[in-house]
Design a protein around this ligand. Structure first.
Ligand code: FAD
Ligand code: SF4
Length: 518
């Protein structure tokens, strides 16, 4: 009897943030391997997203599928208009396995706990072999941070970062940090006062955004935020992402470190790179970003200072990898941490920008217009205020996860719940990032055109951040009584006369009870 040759078809899933064209999967073209990419309601609807975030993801996913096809791979792409977009990822894969008589299912390890869990469950439900692969993106393994800090009480980022510098031999000189110093953080605190001139942010080309916008509308996906072509700056493919990175090296790196913490009414971008989206969907690899920047520095070290470059490398080699390590060390419990017992609602103006507090108005309007804000706006304006009015970290997470195009849970959650809201009790940040109006004035020009007076703590036109700041310290002082880094502020709090403290409390409470009235 003749034996029938059964073709063994392999199905490989590519998630929307796994757009790494250099992955070893693609080194071999195999007619018996089908790649599948889905635009799904499961992903558009698990949280309310900014319109530009969905557009940026779908544009990049479509461009990625096109690039894979042009390399000769077999790709099935299901867009948001297709009927199956309403099914869950698991249902769709199960159906495809049956329809195409798939004999093996493969996927790259997701970076989000939610999807990792879903895919593990799916593999237990299908009756064909399955295999997971590394996404080949990060410079550390999921578990590295856990083992690096084994037995340590505090997970100090700086130690992790120094180890990464040595391990990857970045900005090192015969085993010592280049320039004799690991960290130039103290140099990175200049206020921007109109000079040096800030070049415009790099403008990406127009891709399939309009088509995607109509598809989103047709599918009636709920979104928030604004879409104007001139404000849309997310790269779609490797060519654009590299052009954006080169633009950063040629025009912005020279002042990156100095003005890293600055904020300004008329300058949304300052000297920031805006490459977080391209990195997080894996169009760019962190190693190539670091190498490009370091090589640019070595070629131009007469005009670019080491402190500018070190400041940038620390963010990617240090903070980015560190945050990912924290996520995998602490999940799933991390997501329900609320160590400061905060239960208030996020003000409505986070969704509209309609507030008289100019710093918040500017930072939120920037976020709504561009699905982007730079680090200090996220940490010291929107995050600071949310913590001072004691918002529930779930509310804060939902906003941050939705509003920024670069927001994927593995990086958003440790930054928001940990660094910004101190809801993890100090795993990420040794002290809470809270401040009164004076820090905001020191680093920005927001206060100059604000209704409120940054120098006053009480009275109708007193800056709300001031009373809220002292009230926060008073309310939460038991949490920080043993924290050396808070000792000075708690001593200052003790020196405020009782009557003034009472007035501060009254003003703070009226803001906390009705933040939208301010
Ligand atoms: P640049 O200032 O040019 O920095 C270069 C790169 O360094 C960034 O692209 C990013 O990849 C990396 N980086 C810098 N700081 C951090 C950090 N703290 N954690 C991880 N990577 C960092 N970043 C995200 O990518 N996604 C998020 O969802 C996110 N949520 C945040 C929420 C809060 C409350 C805070 C305080 C920070 C958050 N960050 C997040 C970190 C940081 O604000 C953004 O990475 C940065 O603003 C992106 O803009 P950029 O590319 O111009 O960065
Ligand atoms: Fe913000 Fe207060 Fe300054 Fe106004 S005065 S911009 S509310 S810090």
């Amino acid at each position: 009897m003749a034996t029938k040759n059964v073709i063994q078809m392999k199905l490989r899933l590519i998630l929307g943030d796994q757009l790494n064209l250099d992955h070893s999967w693609y080194k071999v073209k195999d007619q018996n391997t089908v790649y599948v990419i889905y635009e799904l309601r499961q992903e558009t609807d698990y949280i309310l997203h900014h319109i530009q975030k969905i557009v940026a993801f779908f544009s990049a996913m479509r461009a990625f599928a096109k690039a894979l096809k042009s390399q000769g791979h077999q790709v099935m792409y299901f867009d948001i208009g297709s009927e199956i977009s309403k099914n869950s990822l698991s249902e769709n894969i199960k159906n495809l396995i049956t329809e195409k008589s798939i004999s093996k299912f493969e996927y790259q390890l997701p970076d989000e706990y939610r999807l990792d869990d879903q895919l593990k469950k799916l593999c237990g439900e299908i009756n064909i072999p399955s295999q997971s692969f590394d996404s080949e993106h990060f410079l550390t393994e999921r578990e590295d941070l856990k083992s690096f800090f084994e037995g340590k009480k505090q997970l100090i980022m700086e130690f992790f970062y120094r180890n990464m510098r040595k391990k990857y031999d970045i900005l090192m000189d015969h085993g010592q940090p280049l320039g004799g110093q690991w960290n130039f953080d103290k140099n990175n605190r200049k206020k921007w006062k109109g000079t040096p001139i800030i070049p415009n942010a790099y403008k990406t080309g127009i891709g399939s955004q309009n088509e995607i916008l109509s598809a989103i509308q047709k599918a009636r996906i709920k979104t928030f935020g604004n879409y104007h072509q001139e404000h849309y700056l997310f790269p779609t493919d490797r060519k654009e992402a590299f052009a954006q990175l080169e633009y950063f090296c040629n025009h912005l790196l020279v002042h990156f470190g100095d003005y890293q913490d600055a904020m300004h009414n008329e300058q949304r971008n300052l000297f920031h790179s805006r490459i977080s989206f391209a990195l997080n969907v894996k169009i760019l690899h962190p190693k190539e970003v670091i190498e490009t920047v370091v090589n640019h520095y070595y070629k131009n070290s007469r005009v670019i200072e080491l402190s500018q470059v070190e400041g940038f490398i620390r963010q990617i080699l240090g903070w980015r990898e560190y945050m990912r390590g924290i996520y995998w060390r602490e999940m799933p419990g991390y997501k329900s941490n609320n160590k400061l017992d905060n239960y208030n609602k996020l003000p409505d103006f986070y969704w509209t920008g309609a507030t008289k507090m100019n710093c918040l108005h500017e930072s939120i309007s920037d976020s709504l217009d561009t699905a982007y804000a730079h680090h200090i706006q996220r940490l010291m304006i929107t995050g600071n205020f949310a913590l001072l009015i004691q918002c529930h970290p779930d509310e804060v997470d939902a906003w941050y996860l939705g509003v920024y195009a670069d927001a994927i849970e593995w990086v958003q959650l440790p930054n928001t719940r940990g660094m910004s809201q101190w809801a993890d009790g100090g795993i990420v940040a040794t002290k809470p990032y809270v401040s009164s109006g004076s820090y905001i004035h020191k680093m920005s020009n927001y206060c100059e055109s604000c209704t409120y007076d940054r120098t006053k703590r009480i009275g109708e036109n007193a800056c709300p951040f001031n009373s809220l700041y002292w009230n926060f310290l008073e309310d939460k002082k038991t949490h920080f009584s043993k924290n050396n880094r808070m000792a000075m502020m708690l001593r200052l709090l003790d020196k405020i006369p009782a009557l003034e403290k009472q007035e501060i409390k009254e003003r703070a409470l009226s803001i906390i009870q009705n933040p939208d009235g301010y």
